[in-house]
Ligand binder design. Sequence first.
Ligand code: GDP
Ligand code: IMO
Ligand code: MG
Length: 427
Amino acid sequence: MKVDLLLGLQWGDEGKGKIVDFLAPKYDIIARFQGGPNAGHTIEFDGQKFVLHIIPSGIFDPKTINVIGNGVIIDPLILMREISGLREKGIDPAVNMLISRKAHLILPSHRMLDAVYEQSKGTKKIGSTLKGIGPTYTDKVARIGLRTMDFFAPDFREKVEALKQRHLQIAQGFNFDVDALLLDKMPMAEYEEKWMEAVEALKEIPFIDSEYYINDALASGKKILAEGAQGTLLDIDFGSYPFVTSSNTVAAGVCSGLGIAPSKIGKVFGIVKAYCTRVGSGPFPTELFDQDGQNLRDEGHEYGSTTGRPRRCGWLDLPALKYSVMLNGVTDLILTKPDVMNQFDQINVCTHYSLNGENTEKFIPDEVNAQPILESIEGWKSDVSGMKDFDALPQKFKDYIAYIEGKVNVPISIVSVGPDREQTIKR
Ligand code: GDP
Ligand code: IMO
Ligand code: MG
């Protein structure tokens, strides 16, 4: 057996959570392999809406085991809140969730440092979710981080305190007022106290060597889906550096984030939103500042699932999409949110750019001067959000799907036409 992957092909928020939840019944295991609580994956079914940050999106299928892999970073307090929120709605993640012993921990002082660094950048700020992502991955690579296995060390509190002191020294160098800092509206001391309580509470979840678990499961014929967070264009290597996240969001990240060999990768599902959105700073060639952009934001409810910030909106960018397909080896495209443009007369798509007086099809993630060249497609002007059968969709909608497939050269195997689990058309 091989591990299938599901990844975002743009700047995140493509609808990964919705699609993982839809696919979950076909899999035995859903595993997150990178990122942390910067992610916000929305799932809707039976009139209920959930937003997951660290817990994999297979949690609503009781037969599916959900693994938080070694490449993920965990804030125990945020994770414990997520678990409690699910329990209030009758879902107990302790039943079908496992956590890697090697997953690194986000300390309250990592979140403090995130705030320190963002503040120091002034107008050049990244627009981080301020969940401590950058500083935690920094400490992992610097070989001074703490992992979930440290929960069980007799000197765990001392280790946390020692790392915090290091962080405070850094903050001092920036003249940062730690006493004025609020983490989730709490003074840091209160957050720290709740964080420690969460560590104790989390100990009821099994902590495992997830690389063995995943490889043993593969050997015994289990079906596994790896759930990406963020998007390809936020990748630490291939995104618009420095306006990126701090992990490898591309397919390669699954090998180090779960401990599987490249030869064990099966299908690669790439999720693409029918237009583009981006939260935070950084280049965005097709960004719209006009009424079309506002219509996309309003119709698509484009406000961050994690931070509530309005998302920047723009037309679909085909060179960027082809770049993501290339980096990930995408075998199947999944198109989300075309329904947002149900009433658009014309739908624009960027086919190439004009750069320094020349036309180019090459997407350069950190290029700020590329001017998008758009092609206009006639809209289908009808409501597809209740449709279940691909063949019954309006011809103009099917033409639009065929157009994207033709441009990218990868089949679109699922079309999502609304936020609910049921609003999903498989071809
Ligand atoms: P993720 O981070 O990739 O899981 O995506 P988010 O959950 O952050 O953002 C996607 C948003 O679009 C959520 O509010 C979803 O409920 C919603 N959504 C997902 N698929 C569709 C779709 O096909 N149509 C519409 N209208 N909304 C969708
Ligand atoms: P999901 O999984 C959209 C963005 C932030 C910021 C940059 C760095 O829901 O698609 P970080 O907190 O990682 O230091 O922020 O990356 N970002 C996301 N944007 N969706 C996400 O996750 C994101 N996770 C991080 O807005 O620009
Ligand atoms: Mg999201």
